[in-house]
Design a protein around this ligand. Structure first.
Ligand SMILES: C[S@@+](CC[C@H](N)C(=O)[O-])C[C@H]1O[C@@H](n2cnc3c(N)ncnc32)[C@H](O)[C@@H]1O
Length: 204
């Protein structure tokens, strides 16, 4: 497993100096989507700090795209494991390619829908408003899947149920997400970046 020892001491470090540099791990078509769809490094740093509570913790990115959040999380926290579930097979392939280029062992990508995933395998969760694409009329990732208000509501109901079933102490970080999508048993413990980034802990 790659371990960061000190700033700039490893060739891998160069990929994580800026978002533009990290985006270069991906083809041009994927880089063009970065501004709208992939988590900036500054956000991942804050989220990883909150979600990585102990060595060996398992963090799930709900809708992991090309894996930018997971890969950066794994870089900042080499003793944690980052998992990403993603419905688009081509994005999972890009994530895998990037993971191989970096040589990270503490990142795993799963091709599938969040509705099929057993959340009890994970400790804490990150959610970058993944279902909102169902309501967007421009700047979509692609036109290869069906989008609908029905799916937006259905996925949120499923997410709500899964988070509700998690034990007390479960942490969730949301980015650009409405508060009413998180079950009331979760207490908001902090918010940053003009309240776009919120940190929650299950207390009930
Ligand atoms: C805004 S992008 C975020 C990507 C990644 N979390 C990051 O920050 O770099 C949301 C991703 O969620 C995926 N997604 C949306 N609904 C999903 C679902 N029901 N199951 C799995 N993936 C889903 C989309 O395909 C998209 O790649």
């Amino acid at each position: 497993m790659y371990q960061a020892t000190s700033a700039y001491s490893n060739p891998i470090d160069k990929w994580f100096r800026t978002d533009a540099q990290l985006n270069r791990l991906y083809p041009d078509s994927i880089q063009l989507l970065a501004h709208r769809h992939w988590t900036p490094l500054q956000i991942t740093q804050l989220v990883a700090q909150f979600l990585v509570t102990h060595p060996g913790v398992n963090v799930l990115d709900i809708g992991s795209g090309v894996g930018k959040f997971c890969l950066a999380g794994a870089y900042y926290k080499p003793h944690a494991s980052f998992y990403g579930v993603e419905q688009r097979k081509d994005l999972v392939a890009h994530a895998e390619d990037a993971r191989e280029m970096l040589g990270f062992q503490n990142v795993h990508f799963i091709h599938g829908n969040i509705t099929e995933l057993d959340f009890s395998q994970y400790d804490h969760f990150y959610f970058f408003n993944s279902f909102y694409e169902n309501l967007m009329d421009k700047e979509k990732i692609d036109d290869n899947i069906t989008y609908s208000t029905y799916l937006f509501n259905y996925y949120h109901r499923q997410l709500y149920k899964k988070l509700n079933a998690m034990p007390i102490g479960t942490r969730v970080a949301t980015f650009h997400c409405l508060d009413n999508k998180i079950p009331p048993g979760y207490q908001e413990v902090d918010s940053q970046v003009q309240t776009l980034l919120k940190f929650w802990i299950k207390v009930l």
